[in-house]
Write a protein that binds this ligand. Sequence first.
Ligand code: HEM
Ligand code: HEM
Length: 253
Amino acid sequence: MRPERTESRDANRARAENLGDSKVRAWDLPTRLFHWTLVALVANAWLTFRYSSEIGDPVLFWHRINGYAILVLIAWRLIWGLVGSSTARFSSFVQWPWRAAGYGLDLLRGRDRHFLGHNPLGSYMVLALLAAVAAQGATGLFAVEHNDIMAGPLYRLVAEDTWKWLTAWHTWFYYWVLLVFIGIHLTANVFYRVVKKDPLIEAMVTGVKPAAAYEDAPRAEISAGTGGRALVCLVIAAALVLGSIRMLGGRLL
Ligand code: HEM
Ligand code: HEM
């Protein structure tokens, strides 16, 4: 084990013990709201396509609105990764690949290492999920419904062969990439919760974790005014996504 890692772990343990609290803050409210809204909207994306006839929506109006909302959320998360609270920032959890590999090896050897935010391996899962959801939404912007009665707002920007390909991709990607990533994500979360007894699912709900000797930080730094800052970021994200579609000549509705 490298000496600086031992030192920082000892420092974190000392700080955690000094807090005297049994719980420390792990996630700010906007990050938690982002997560559970994303889960609901990804589920709703499937529902609004699968049951479009039953809800009298042959032009997939709700599916498209839902897709725009997902794209805005992803843009919001990218901005929040730069200006959000400490554990939400990319700089706090995106690690070099060899650190993720080292963490993975420790996991296989049964050596427990604890992180307050995303662990080095989990951080790659988070990036993969964000990228996959973004790719799903982006291909939707070019998708044309199989009966040709409606289309994503940007399909005219590309040749017919390309939008046909992107439409096929939109379907294929959902079942073979996004759902697979979500399956791995759920399996990993259940593994940590059940086998490692790490209350990480509760933490994504309540925002707190037991005080412990975490390697990354003893507690999250969440400043006053986080909610207001998150709302400003949401307005910027919506303007960026919807404004770009309009500027590219797409009709949103
Ligand atoms: C549509 C399904 C889902 C998607 C797309 C998804 C996506 C994500 C993303 C992007 C993050 C990173 C959060 C951030 O830093 O902003 C995350 C974290 C997390 N998700 Fe999900 N999620 C899904 C379903 C679930 C479900 C059903 C659960 C609960 C069983 C769950 C539990 C968690 C937990 C505990 C974390 C934090 C992991 C950690 O501590 O490193 N997710 N998820
Ligand atoms: C991350 C967001 C999105 C998800 C998870 C998603 C998911 C899906 C799914 C599961 C299907 C059905 C595939 C099938 O079984 O045939 C579908 C079809 C479709 N989606 Fe999306 N979608 C998203 C965003 C969008 C957006 C933003 C648009 C356009 C504004 C869009 C337009 C379409 C169209 C036109 C179809 C029909 C394609 C066909 O008939 O083959 N989607 N989407």
